[in-house]
Ligand binder design. Structure first.
Ligand SMILES: C[S@@+](CC[C@H](N)C(=O)[O-])C[C@H]1O[C@@H](n2cnc3c(N)ncnc32)[C@H](O)[C@@H]1O
Length: 186
C-alpha cells in the first residue's frame, strides 16, 4: 500500500513541480531511443515524461503503488505502461529492462532488500540501475552515507557490477544516486 493517499498525492504533485531532480536522474540513467526503461515510484510522472522523450513512450514503463499517482502518470505520458505495484513486486518479466531508475522512492519501500533484489532481476545483461535520493545527515526522507553503504553492499551481493555513487547539487539539496550494472555475462 502506498504512503500517498489521493489527497497527499495531489498535494505532492502541486508542490513538486520543479523538474530539475527528475532531469538529473533521467540523465544519469543514460537512456537510449527504443530501449525499454522502467521507473519505480513514478509519482505524478514528471521524470517519466522526460524518459519518454528520449526512449519513446511505448518503451517506457513504471510501477507506482498510489492509484492517484498512476492515473496522473498515465494522463501525463499516454502510451507508457504504468502499473499499480511497488518495487518489491514488479509485474514485468525478469530481464526486461535496459535501464531502471527511481527518484525519492526507495526510502518509502516497505522492504528495501526485497526491492533491490527484484529490480536487479528485472534488468537485462548490461542494464543500468539508478537509485536516487536526497542526501541526508540523519535517517529520514532521503538517504544517509551509512544507508548508501548498505545499499551498495546489497547490490554487490546481488551480483551488480560497477557499483558507485554520483552526487549533484540541485537547488539547496544534494541528490545522490547509487548506480550499478547487471553483468553482461552470467
Ligand atoms: C517522494 S515521492 C517521489 C515521486 C517521484 N519519483 C518524484 O520524484 O516526484 C515517493 C514515491 O514513492 C512511491 N512509493 C511508496 N512505496 C513504494 C514502493 N514500495 N515501491 C515503489 N514506490 C513506492 C510513492 O507512492 C511516491 O510516488
Amino acid at each position: 500500500m502506498s504512503s500517498f493517499g489521493a489527497v497527499g498525492a495531489r498535494l505532492y504533485a502541486w508542490f513538486n513541480r520543479h523538474p530539475e531532480s527528475n532531469r538529473v536522474v533521467v540523465g544519469l540513467a543514460e537512456l537510449r531511443a527504443g530501449e525499454p526503461v522502467l521507473e519505480v515510484g513514478c509519482g505524478p510522472g514528471v521524470a517519466l515524461e522526460l524518459a519518454a522523450a528520449v526512449a519513446g513512450a511505448e518503451h517506457v514503463a513504471a510501477v507506482e503503488p498510489s492509484e492517484t499517482f498512476v492515473a496522473m502518470a498515465r494522463k501525463r505520458v499516454p502510451g507508457a505502461d504504468v502499473r499499480v505495484a511497488g518495487a518489491e513486486d514488479v509485474p514485468f518479466a525478469d530481464g526486461s529492462f535496459a535501464a531502471i531508475y527511481t527518484l525519492a522512492s526507495m526510502h518509502h519501500w516497505h522492504d528495501r532488500d526485497a526491492g533491490l533484489a527484484t529490480l536487479c532481476a528485472k534488468l537485462r545483461p548490461g542494464g543500468r540501475l539508478v537509485l536516487a535520493e536526497r542526501l541526508l545527515d540523519r535517517p529520514g526522507h532521503g538517504i544517509t552515507q551509512a544507508q548508501i553503504g548498505e545499499v551498495a553492499g546489497r547490490l554487490t551481493g546481488l551480483g551488480q557490477v560497477d557499483v558507485h555513487t554520483e552526487q549533484r547539487d540541485v537547488g539547496r539539496k544534494t541528490l545522490v544516486a547509487v548506480i550499478s550494472e547487471r553483468p553482461r555475462t552470467a
